[in-house]
Design a protein around this ligand. Structure first.
Ligand SMILES: [Ca+2]
Length: 130
């Protein structure tokens, strides 16, 4: 099984989405019968990037904040960048103090508030780090 990460300003934490796939060749003129059966998928808790086994565990605490800090410090067993990249809403694959600050906000139970983002993200020429 392959793992796919989906992101975008429309995808928010603690949401539930119906996901369908369609053959790229059919995409331009796809009809309902071209799509797969919808799969219901929840998104994770806001700020939950780590747990005892370095995977999200449903709780937001110092382990999560430490996980983002560890990713910032590029520690080998830190949570994956795709998990620690909490800022901006369109992930930039860069971990910095903004990501740490957003995790602290989640720990303080401040609500998720997506920042205003451009319609299209700027091109990111850097490779995606694990
Ligand atoms: Ca956690």
């Amino acid at each position: 099984m392959n793992l796919v990460y989906v992101f975008g300003a429309e995808i928010v934490p603690e949401g539930t989405y119906q996901v369908q796939s369609v053959d790229l060749a059919c995409h331009a003129a796809a009809a309902e019968q071209d799509f797969s059966v919808a799969l219901t998928m929840p998104t994770g808790r806001w700020g939950d990037v780590s747990g005892p086994d370095r995977q999200p565990d449903g709780a937001v605490n110092f382990t999560d904040i430490g996980g983002v800090v560890d990713r910032f410090k590029q520690i080998t067993d830190a949570p994956a960048t795709v998990l620690a990249d909490l800022y901006p809403a369109l992930p930039d694959q860069k971990i910095n103090f903004s990501d740490i600050g957003r995790c602290v906000e989640a720990f303080k139970e401040l609500p998720y508030h997506p920042p205003v983002v451009p319609i299209c993200a700027p091109a990111n020429e850097e490779s995606i780090a694990p």
